[in-house]
Design a protein around this ligand. Structure first.
Ligand SMILES: [Zn+2]
Ligand SMILES: [Zn+2]
Length: 258
């Protein structure tokens, strides 16, 4: 099992997962050319992907979808309402557009979509079950809802949003309405929120956590890592032992093999 976070943040999100022989992308939020290049750097041919899963219709999650899918003719999995909201849907081959419910199968992987609180039409995160392991991706969330807690519980690996530092957002350059949107119920999780949810869920030993979707304006990788580590320690959880934290970047691939 492998995960490679090819791009993460408001400039674009793409994660590559490999479960046995099943190869998946979650989101396609950078140009098709950049997706190809980044896949090539980890030795993956874009045409070998078994499916592209879309969390929601925001441009940082679908920017390269149109060109990438027309070039490689891959199946794309998204909610019905999300399909309606994806502007390029009419340009994609209809047989590539697959509507998902809460549970679906791709190759050898059982996938589950869980609803998240975000300002998109029907946004989701995904859990992947493979050989008794559970890997979860959950970003773009204003608040942590019960079903997200359920999805994260007992996960072996989580890609979790740690979008902003509260003070940086508060004192930063964004206009008021945007600050309110980000900090609101349908916005993005702060570093503190990420730590709070990690401390709260039932965990397996050595849970791997990728802090993802970091804001370039309102966060910094070192700060996210420090805030989450300090907060976990205060809550009786040992970073590095109970939870292994990894960072993600807009343009540098971060990987883990389990
Ligand atoms: Zn979004
Ligand atoms: Zn996003």
């Amino acid at each position: 099992m492998q995960v490679h976070i090819l791009a993460s943040g408001s400039t674009g999100n793409v994660a590559y997962f490999k479960f046995g022989n099943t190869r998946l992308l979650v989101d396609a939020g950078i140009s098709a050319r950049r997706i190809e290049t980044k896949l090539a750097l980890i030795g993956v041919k874009a045409g070998d992907i078994d499916g592209v899963l879309i969390t929601h219709e925001h441009v940082d999650h679908i920017k390269g979808l149109d060109v990438f899918i027309r070039r490689y003719h891959l199946p794309v999995f998204a909610r019905a309402a999300t399909w309606e909201a994806i502007p390029c849907r009419h340009k994609l081959p209809p047989e590539c557009c697959i509507t998902i419910e809460d549970q679906f199968q791709i190759g050898g992987v059982e996938a589950e979509a869980h609803n998240i609180s975000h300002d998109a039409v029907d946004p989701v995160g995904f859990s992947f079950h493979y050989r008794r392991k559970k890997w979860v991706i959950a970003t773009d969330m204003g608040i942590i809802t019960e079903n997200v807690l359920k999805a994260l519980a007992g996960a072996d690996l989580v890609v979790l949003e740690s979008n902003h530092d509260r003070d940086m957002l508060k004192n930063g350059p964004y206009p008021r309405f945007l600050k309110q949107r980000i900090a609101g119920r349908y916005g993005h999780l702060s570093n503190h929120d990420a730590a709070a949810v990690l401390a709260r869920i039932s965990r397996k030993e050595q849970m791997q956590v990728f802090l993802a979707h970091l804001s370039q304006e309102n966060n910094h990788p070192d700060l996210a890592l420090k805030t989450v580590s300090d907060s976990l320690l205060k809550q009786g959880c040992q970073p590095g032992e109970d939870i292994k934290l990894h960072l993600t970047y807009p343009d540098t691939t971060m990987s883990f093999t389990g």
